[in-house]
Design a protein. Structure first.
Length: 117
């Protein structure tokens, strides 16, 4: 049977990571750049933990879905109350304007140069 793909043969020759080859033999060799990178990752994890703690504190202050829903209901209730209240205030403002005109009627005629009866 013919295999549809080339078969890879494992070999330890010419394996490189970056520009440095792995040491082979008795297993006592180390790869210092990996240790340096692991140290850098450990240092970065400390920063990540601090950032996550800050985000967690901020998330506790955010409104939840229930808070937003309750706020929407409160606003709807206020909107209904404002409809009746706004009509009263509109009436009061118009009535005050008419009252001011009536009380200042002679003065308005005098300013316009019209004689009062």
């Amino acid at each position: 049977m013919v295999e549809p793909y080339a078969r890879l043969v494992p070999s330890n020759e010419n394996h490189e990571l970056g520009a440095q080859a792995f040491e082979s033999g008795d297993g006592g060799g180390t790869y210092d750049p990996v240790e340096q990178r692991v140290k850098a990752l450990e240092d970065a994890i400390i920063d990540i933990k601090v950032t996550l703690a800050r985000l967690d504190e901020r998330a506790n202050a955010l409104a939840t879905k229930e808070d937003v829903s309750a706020l929407g209901k409160d606003i709807s209730g206020l909107r209904g109350e404002m409809k009746g209240t706004l009509g009263f205030w509109q009436f009061l403002i118009v009535f005050g304007g008419v009252l001011a005109l009536v009380l200042r009627w002679p003065e308005l005629f005098r300013l316009a140069g019209i004689s009062t009866p």
